[in-house]
Write a protein that binds this ligand. Sequence first.
Ligand SMILES: Cc1ncc(COP(=O)(O)O)c(C=O)c1O
Length: 444
Amino acid sequence: MDLPGSLEKREGEIFIGGCRVEELSKEYGTPLLIMDEKTIREKCRYYQETMESNYPEFNIYYASKAFLNLGICRIIEEEGMGLDVVSGGELYTALSADFPADRIIMHGNNKSRRDIIQAIQAGIRAIVIDNEQELKTVENIGRAMGSKVPVMLRVVPALEAITHPHLQTGMGSKFGFKMHQGQAQKALKQVAQSDSMEPIGLHCHLGSQITDVDIYHQAAEEVLKLAAQYRNVWKKELALNLGGGFAVAHSAAEESFPFDRFLPGLANRVTQLSRDLDLPQPVLEFEPGRSIAAPAGMTIYSLGASKEVDGLGTLIPVDGGMSDNIRPTLYDASYYAFVVNKEAQERPRSKVTITGRLCESGDILIRDIELPQSKPGELLAVTCTGAYTYPMASNYNGLPRPGVVLVNNGRASTLIKGETYEDLLQRQEIPAHLQKEKDQYMAL
Ligand SMILES: Cc1ncc(COP(=O)(O)O)c(C=O)c1O
C-alpha cells in the first residue's frame, strides 16, 4: 500500500509531515486533505534522478490534472520538472505561479480557440494535437498570429492497457490519432508540411493505474517505428513522450507500478530501438500524475453514528464523501483507512462500510473495511487521496469544498482554504424580478 513517507506514530499519536493529525483537524476542520511535501518531492526526484543517470535528454512533466494549485506548481518548478496542462484554466494557474511557460505542454481532446491562443501567446513548449480538426485550427491560428507553433501529435498505437475502462486511453477512447486507422500517419505528413507548425514530437498515453511494464516498451516501439517511417518528412530529432499512468496501491487490494528497473530498462530500450531504426535518439518524456500526488495525500474525516442495515451490514458515515472524493463512485476505486490514534489496535475489529454524507445511495467511500470500534467524532484517515480527488470536488448538497494543507518538518501551510457558506453564494445572483424588498428579505 502506498502511504505518505512522513506518516508516523509517536507515543500513540499519528503524525504526518511532523504535524499531529488531531491538531490539524482542530485547526483546519474536517474533511481536510493533507499533502505531505516530502513525499511529493521524493517522487519527483525519483523520476528526475533515475532519468539523469540513464538517459541523455529527457523531460518529466507533472500531469496537473491529478492535483494542481499554485503551491504545487512552485514545488514542481523547484524540482526541475515541467507541467502538462489540459485547459486554459490549468495554464492560467501555472502561469500565475510564475511557472516557466517553456516547460509546459498542453493536452485536451477539444481545446477551445481561447486555450490555443493563450498557449501560443504564453510561449509554451508544445501543444499536443489530438485530432484532425484541431490540427487545422492550430495551423490557422498559428498562421494568423504569424507564429510557428511547436506541436506534438498524440498518437494511439493499437495497445490496450489492463486497467479500469474509464482509465483506458488506448484504442477505443476519445483521445488522439489512431495509428491502426491511418489517422496518425496522415496527421504526421500534414504537420511536417505546414508553414505554421513546428513538429517537436510524438506523444502516446496508454491510460492510468497501469501495472504492466511491457506495454510501455511496446508503445515505444510502435511510436518509434512510426517516426522511422516518416523520417524523410520530419527530418530532425523528435521527442518521444510516453505519457503517465503508473499505478499506485490505494488499498491492499491494488498493486503499485513495479518501478524497479523500469525507467533504466525503458531508457535502454529506446536507445536500442533508435539505433536499430536508424533514428536520432529522441528526447524521452513522461507525464506522471497519480504516482506523484496520490501517495502524498491523506484525507481526514470526522466519523458519524453507525447504522445497521440488512444486507449492507454496519454503515458508518463521514462528514464528506463523493463531493471531495468521487473516485469510489466513479469507478469503484478502493482505499485504505484507519481510525486516527487507534490504527494499531488489532482487536476488537469489525467489518464496516464507510459512507459519505451526500444524498446518493452510491456515495460509499470504502466497502467492507476492518476497523476498531469507533465513536462519533473520532477521526478517520483515508490514505493515498492526493490525486484525482480535490480537482474533481464539487459543492453537491451545498457542501463547501474542504481545505488542503501542505505539511513538512512540523509546519502546516494552507494550499487551498476550505470553502465557507459565503463562498457557495459568491457567484450567485438573484435576478432583479425575483428580488424582495430589502427589509422583507432581511426579515427572513
Ligand atoms: C495525457 C495524459 N498524460 C498523463 C496523465 C497522467 O496519468 P497518471 O496520473 O495516471 O500518471 C494522464 C491522465 O490520465 C493523461 O491523460
